[in-house]
Design a protein around this ligand. Structure first.
Ligand code: G3P
Ligand code: CA
Length: 385
């Protein structure tokens, strides 16, 4: 898929979508009123028809349910999230499953399963060492015997109520779920799908992109206007996908001093700081439609964790024709900028509405959040305020 239209066209579209959404409020899409952004969204108008700022359920509604389960995805959708995120890793027999990483020690009951005790091992993944159990050592049939559990029970003890309730979903199950929900709602269900560790898995003979493209084609979700974003921290994964499918593509960006793992492997010296310069953005815009930067690239924090002045990234990315979906907003104090924390309990909710407002004011096009309901209310405040 080529680059999106000119910046002026892009800004115009965003303004029209924002105005439509502002008139209707967050419920507009659900009401399905004609002649609006909601109608365009219902009829497959592509990513430019999504409400802006777009609220993306990060790993589902992972603030309330164990992440990357059908329960977490369903709750995000029921809350009204505009887009639901999946991270993908492969099994030993090449099936794509939804996990944030291939190390499933922290998000499944694998450590309590004596039949898999011998699979515990230590691996180097993207230059870091991990000891545990890994998806690429399990067939899908074996993986399907495991049960998902809460990743951060210390921060989110209530979510452990749901430990064991759901299994690890395949991406194909998610595509079928999205189809069912789309039919039921008369409205497209949008997904935001990330390839995890693509260079690492290609080295194991488990290339992700061809498998993902095949599934998208099988379900007719491989086109320019299909309701599926594809994202990766490795630009070469996005370039590969650009040759395979027409979906809107998003390059994820970690901290300014980091280097994408495929750059490290290929000896490309560029850092994220290089990629967010106008020349880097122009290069990304030659094969992708958006950026998924860490929020710190939008507004850096000082040594005490408080927000400082916004960078020029939003302006520069828009000038290059790229949209921005930064990550990740979470309601708990411990994950918020220091100036938006309330009280001394790190796991209590802080002034997340205040933080959303400041980030929305920078002009971002959407945001990943573990708490889609909070994000939608904050968005309403922003577009109506
Ligand atoms: O993909 C957007 C955001 O999810 C990136 O961070 O580590 O949660 O996948 P991560
Ligand atoms: Ca992700």
């Amino acid at each position: 898929m080529g680059t999106q239209g000119s910046d002026e066209q892009g800004r115009g579209t965003r303004r029209r979508v924002l105005l439509g959404a502002a008139v209707l409020g967050a419920g507009g899409a659900a009401l399905g009123l004609p002649g609006t952004a909601a109608a365009a969204e219902r009829h497959g108008g592509g990513y430019k028809s999504l409400p802006v700022p777009t609220i993306i359920g990060h790993r589902g509604a992972s603030g309330y349910r164990p992440e990357h389960t059908l329960g977490a995805y369903q709750l995000a959708l029921d809350m009204g999230a505009h887009v639901i995120e999946q991270d993908l890793v492969p099994t030993k027999d090449g099936h794509l499953v939804c996990r944030h990483e291939n190390d499933i020690t922290g998000t499944t009951d694998v450590a309590d399963r004596p039949e898999f005790a011998g699979r515990k091992t230590t691996k180097s993944v993207d230059g870091a060492s991990f000891t545990g159990w890994f998806t690429e050592d399990f067939t899908l049939a074996e993986l399907k015997t495991l049960r998902a559990k809460e990743r951060i029970p210390g921060n989110r003890p209530h979510n452990t109520l749901y430990d064991g309730r759901w299994d690890v979903p395949t991406f194909e199950e998610v595509l079928r779920w999205a189809e069912r929900e789309s039919r039921k709602r008369g409205k497209e269900v949008w997904l935001h799908v990330e390839t995890k560790h693509p260079t690492y898995f290609r080295g194991l003979g488990l290339g992700l992109e061809e498998r993902l493209a095949k599934l998208l084609r099988k379900y007719g979700k491989h086109k320019k206007n299909s309701p599926v974003f594809l994202q990766s921290f490795e630009p070469s994964s996005i370039q590969r996908l650009n040759k395979l499918v027409g979906n809107p593509l998003v390059v994820l960006l970690s901290s300014a001093n980091s280097r994408p793992w495929d750059f490290v492997q290929a000896g490309d010296p560029r850092t994220v700081a290089d990629l967010v310069k106008p020349e880097g953005l122009k290069w990304i815009a030659s094969y992708a439609q958006g950026l998924g930067p860490t929020l710190d690239l939008i507004i850096p924090k000082d040594a005490s964790g408080k927000l400082t002045k916004p960078t020029t990234l939003v302006k520069d990315a828009h000038a290059a024709g790229l949209i921005l979906h930064p990550y990740t907003m979470r309601n708990e104090n411990t994950f918020l900028p220091a100036d938006f924390r309330k009280g001394t309990d790190p796991n209590a909710y802080g002034d997340v509405f205040g933080a959303f407002q400041v980030y929305f004011e920078t002009g971002i096009d959407g945001v990943f959040t573990d708490n889609p309901d909070t994000g939608l209310l904050a968005r309403e405040d922003f577009v109506n305020g």
